[in-house]
Every structure is written in C-alpha cells, then in structure tokens.
Design a binder for this molecule. Structure first.
Ligand code: GLN
Length: 545
C-alpha cells in the first residue's frame, strides 16, 4: 500500500516547501524506498506555460512535454522520481476536468459543487501516482494555509486520510519562526496561528518544520509542541542556509526527520548512506578555482527566471571544483552600454532561452564578443538562435540575417518556423515540447562531452535552424554537430576553431543534478576554468581584441 506525505506551508510564502519536499524525497529514496513527487498549485492558470517569468519564474519542462512549476526542478535535482504530467496539477486543470464532465452529463443532473465534486477530482489526482511499486507519494500543496484558493486542496487532503487510513498519511507543515530583534527572541505565535488554521480545517500536522534564522532552544521547541499539539521531537528545525540549498537534507537528518517519518508510516527502510552527498558538500566548500560566468538574459534581475541554468552552473562547478560566480547581465544593458564594459573579464558567456524581441540585439552582441575574443560560449535554445544569427551577419556576411520571430521579412531567415508550425496560432501547447532523441557527429566536442553519440534532451521552442543555410555555415566554420535522428532538425552547432563555442536548440539545464552535472555544463565550466588559468598567466594577451 502506497503511503502519502502531504507538505503544506504557513505564515508566509517562499519558505522553501519545494526544496524541503525534494529533500525529504531524496532521504527516503536513499533509505531504499520508491518515491513519487507531486505538486498541486492553487492558481487558476491551466499550466505555467503562458505565465510571466517575472511572476512565476522559469517554466520547467518534463520529458513528456508538460510545462510545470519550477519546484519540479528541485524534485528532479534531488530525487530520481520519474515525473510526468500527473506530477503537477493546478486549480485550472481540476476545474477544467470537472466542467468537461459536467458538460458531458456525467454528474447526472446533480448540482456540481466544490465539495464533493472539486475535492473528489483532487483526491483522484492524489491517487494517480500511487501503485504497487511505489512506497511513498509526496504531495506539496502550493500557496499558504489561509489562502482562499488553497482551501479545496486542504479539504481534499484532509478527506484523503479518511479514505486510505490515517496510518497511511503524514502531514508536514512548514512554518516560519521569526527572530524579533527588538525583543531579542524567536517568536512562535505565527506558527501557533498557522497550525491553528490547519486544525480548524481538520488537519493535525504530524511534523512541523520551522524555518528560522537562529536555532530553537529547548523551551521554544517545547512551547511550539505544546501549542501545536505535537510531540517535541516532531518540531524540526530548518535553519537558514547561507551556504547552499544542498545542505537542507543534512539538516533534516540532524533532526531525525527521515527516521521519524519511516517509523510513523511503518515503512521498511534501509539505513541512510549520505557519503556521496557529504562528498558533494565538501567539494562545494573547497573549490580550487573561482571563475565568473555571465548569463545574458532579459530577466537578469529575476533569479527564478533562469533557476535551472544557475543550478546547472553550480553542478558543473562542483564537478570542476570551481566556485562559479554568476554575473546576471541584462541584455538591454549590453545594447545601451556595449559588451566591453559589462563582459570584459568574464571567463564564460551563456545566453539562455527566451521569447520575444526585447534585448535580442544585446544577446547577439554578447555572442559576438564571446566568439571574437575566444571566450567560452554556451547558447541554449534562443541562445543558439542568437549565435546562428550573429554568425550569419558577421562571419558569412549575410547582412540583416535574423530569426523570423524578430523580423518577419528578413532577407536571410536563418532561423524560421517549419511549415507544420506556421498554421498554429493558439498559445500554449503549440511548441516542440519535451524529450526528443538526437544524434551527434562523431569526434565533435559535444560527442566527446557526452561520451556517446545518441542523446535525448528536452525542448521548448517554435523556431528552428533553416536548413537552406547549412552548407554556407559549414563552409565558414560553424558546424552542425547534432541533429534529430533523421538529420532534418538542427539540434547543436559548434565553432571548432574556438576554445569552446557550443550552442544547443534544447534545454540541457533540465537534466543536471548536483551529483551528476550535465556534460555540456561541465564542459563549458571546464573551458572557463582553463581560460581563467591562462588569463591569470598572461592577462593582456588573451584579452586584447
Ligand atoms: N523563442 C524561440 C523559439 O520559440 C526560442 C525559445 C526558447 O529559447 N525556449 O524558438
């Protein structure tokens, strides 16, 4: 019988429920259990695919092409739980499904209501990941207890334990214990109120995870336990991590949370073996190099918009024993101020994915700067398209070359829509989405990095390299080194006559883990480390234009 863990949050948002859920998943997997992860988001959008990265951060794409919440990125970085479209549901999807059923007459004339129809739909979703081969499903409820829109989800998880048995469900509530400077003490009242609200709905949390900047002393723990109706050992401290998010699982173990959960659920679990995780933290703490990588994007000020890219750079740093200092460069600033002032001195330049024209010319300038100065360059999706446009204009001499996304009537549409995509006008679901296989050219830099010639990577884009120009690019020194298996779609380009210039049409950042850096990120960071080493030996020569 599959057991269920529900993770809710209270007091404030952004407490790191996603990270905490992912860490719990990682610890249970490490103890030999088979885990599935799921996030339920109370907003009404059907999926985050069309939401602004300013508001919602990056859209995380799964193998099956689902466009999901970025917390699912944490799940994949921490666990091996296979994620599918059943791993992320929103209020929008729940209502859409119920309304479709109503239109088909499936409710036989009943009045359709939040309870039981919406809550039943949610409960069905909670059961979707359970199965014979699954020991535990961890379901994170987005939002904060007390939000109007979260209520049907909380009601559904309350009912769920009546359906499957109380002994099979664990409720974990993440809360904030703030430190008040004026009083000189930690305050437990917000936690008491938050748990009070949960208990009003009928949920008694089994464990409280208290986010705090200072350690809880015995009296504070005892007070929280008493007022929130849990044993003292169930009050778990999660102190702020100023060093790395990868410390979170270790701090949960220090509080014995994994032990308490398996005992509470009666799960047959192995002993923890976190050697590889401690090794990872050791590498993070003891870098041998320090490099700076510029990420040139249009959401430079918004950390979450490129979340998986930043994480992947960190993973590559761990692998290369390098501390990666990420410089977030606004592509419009490059347009205004030129690349020299903003990019001189960096060891690598990365242009990430994106949509729309704003800042495009700044990204193209950044590519030119990297190509001409021999600075390692990594282009991802739009970053590949910019590299192709830049090469067309400045090396091949195709004046005015562009992507038809930005200039419909460009004389040289080196990036364009394929015929089958031209007829699609709806937003969402119109893109090349999800995992697709690709084959690599033997002896290319990418084949060497991957150590194989067949790969599978995730996509999220509409536009493609225009094959009409392939020969011209090759003749001028930009090679296609990865394509779809039939050779028709360009997946990767490289400039062999450059220290490291690789750009890909897919999103490798969705497949990197802290203990297993993505080979292309690892290769890019290794090239940046090498450049940094050369520069410190002969700073003048390497940098002169
Ligand atoms: N806007 C480009 C396209 O649709 C690139 C998309 C991306 O970078 N994810 O093809």
């Amino acid at each position: 019988m599959t057991k269920h863990i529900f993770v809710t949050g209270g007091v404030v948002s952004s407490l790191g429920k996603g990270l905490t859920s992912a860490s719990i998943g990682m610890l249970l997997e490490n103890r030999g259990l088979s885990v599935r992860m799921q996030k339920l988001d109370p907003y009404i959008n059907v999926d985050p695919g069309t939401m602004s990265p300013y508001q919602h951060g990056e859209v995380y794409v799964l193998d099956d092409g689902s466009e999901t919440d970025l917390d699912l990125g944490h799940y994949e970085r921490f666990t091996n739980s296979p994620l599918t479209r059943h791993s992320n549901y929103t209020t929008g999807q729940i209502y859409q499904s119920v309304i479709n059923k109503e239109r088909r007459g499936e409710f036989l004339g009943q009045t359709v209501q939040v309870i039981p129809h919406i809550t039943n739909e949610i409960k069905q979703v909670l059961g979707k990941l359970a199965g014979e081969d699954v020991d535990v499903v961890i379901t994170e409820i987005g939002g904060t207890v007390g939000d109007i829109e979260s209520q049907p989800f909380l009601e559904a998880i309350r009912q769920y334990s009546l359906d499957v048995g109380k002994e099979n469900c664990v409720y974990i509530h993440l809360t904030l214990v703030p430190y008040l400077k004026a009083a000189g003490e930690l305050k437990t009242k917000p936690t008491q109120h938050s748990v009070g609200q949960l208990r009003q709905i009928g949920i008694q949390p089994d464990f409280l995870i208290c986010r705090t900047e200072r350690s809880l002393n015995h009296d504070e723990r005892a007070k929280i336990a008493l007022f929130c109706n849990v044993p003292v050992e169930a009050v778990i401290e999660e102190k702020d991590k100023d060093f790395s998010i990868y410390e979170v699982p270790v701090s949960l173990v220090e509080n014995k949370l994994d032990e308490l959960i398996v005992r509470r659920l009666g799960l047959p679990a192995k002993k923890l073996d976190l050697d590889h995780w401690h090794d990872l933290l050791h590498r993070l703490r003891n870098p041998k190099h320090e490099i700076s990588i510029a990420v040139v994007g249009k959401y430079a000020e918004h950390h979450d918009a490129y979340k998986s890219i930043y994480e992947s750079l960190d993973h590559a740093g761990i692998e290369n024993l390098a501390q990666v200092r990420i410089q977030r460069i606004h592509s419009e600033a490059v347009e205004r101020e030129g690349p020299e002032r903003l990019l001189a001195g960096v060891d690598g330049i990365l242009v990430p994915g994106g949509f729309g024209e704003r800042g495009i010319e700044g990204k193209i300038e950044a590519v030119r700067f990297a190509r001409e100065r021999g600075i390692p360059y990594f282009g991802i999706c739009l970053g590949m398209q910019c590299a192709v446009v830049e090469f067309a204009r400045n090396v091949i001499g195709l004046a005015g070359a562009n992507s038809t996304e930005f200039h419909k009537d460009t004389p040289h549409p080196v990036i364009c829509l394929l015929d089958e995509q031209k007829t699609i006008t709806d937003k969402g679901g119109t893109m090349r989405l999800g995992a697709q296989p690709a084959k690599l050219t033997p002896d290319s830099r990418v084949a060497e990095a991957y150590g194989r010639e067949e790969i599978s990577e995730r996509h999220r884009h509409r536009y493609e390299f225009n094959n009409v120009y392939r020969q011209q690019f090759a003749a001028n020194g930009m090679n296609v080194t990865g394509t779809s298996p039939d050779g028709s779609l360009v997946e990767i380009i490289e400039v062999p006559d450059h220290p490291w210039f690789v750009a890909v049409q897919f999103h490798p950042e969705f497949k990197s883990q802290p203990t297993r850096a993505h080979p292309l990120f690892a290769g890019f960071v290794a090239a940046a480390v090498a450049r940094h080493g050369q520069r410190s030996e002969q700073p003048q020569e390497v940098d002169s234009p």
